[in-house]
Write a new protein. Structure first.
Length: 198
């Protein structure tokens, strides 16, 4: 199967799962065409699929991300607000299930300069006060935040959770979906999504 055929087939499967994936086909094909041909030829299908998901879930950007998903580089560009952007996007993909407000990140100048230590992330989820002590490692996102946020999500009893996979590189791809959806995803793609912290 050729690359463009594989991309189209994968996007069609995602469309069946209720994601507006086919709208992004042209942009994703263009992304792969811009890469050196030998590099693409050496990629495993898992890597291609990971990049495809990363392209669909990237936000903010010129295109709105596909519904119900969010992709981000775990080496964060905005060190002082790295968890604020994450929480805002979790609220966005929940489409009203999770109202996340009053986000505050407390980090000392010393920890910021040293690149190690902790920062306190405080926020409210549907009116409930939440607090997470994030481990600092320079500009890298603390994956423990995914586990913590999933526990917060589970407490809301919306019937949906955070499911996570990667792109084979530094992209973390997050879905906010039901257990049944994650099982359908596994059947269609042969990929088990992780449900962190649950």
């Amino acid at each position: 199967m050729g690359l463009e055929e594989y991309i189209h087939e994968s996007l069609e499967k995602l469309q069946k799962l209720g994601m507006d994936a086919l709208d992004a086909e042209e942009n994703i094909v263009r992304q792969f065409r811009s890469m050196p041909a030998d590099m693409v030829a050496d990629m495993e299908s898992e890597q291609i699929f990971g990049m495809l998901l990363g392209g669909l879930g990237f936000y903010p950007g010129t295109e709105q991300a596909a519904s119900g998903m969010y992709a981000f580089d775990v080496e964060m560009p905005e060190i002082e607000r790295m968890y604020t952007g994450f929480l805002e996007n979790i609220a966005r993909i929940s489409e009203g299930d999770l109202e996340i407000t009053d986000i505050v990140e407390e980090i000392s100048e010393e920890v910021l300069e040293a690149g190690t230590g902790t920062r306190t992330v405080r926020f409210c989820c549907n009116g409930k006060a939440c607090e997470y002590e994030a481990r600092e490692h320079y500009d890298w996102f603390d994956p423990g935040m995914l586990s913590y946020m999933n526990r917060v999500t589970e407490e809301q009893n919306t019937g949906r959770s955070l499911y996570v996979t990667g792109d084979g590189g530094q992209e973390c791809i997050v879905f906010y979906q039901t257990r049944e959806w994650a099982e359908q995803f596994r059947q269609l793609f042969g990929l088990e999504l992780e449900r962190p912290g649950v």
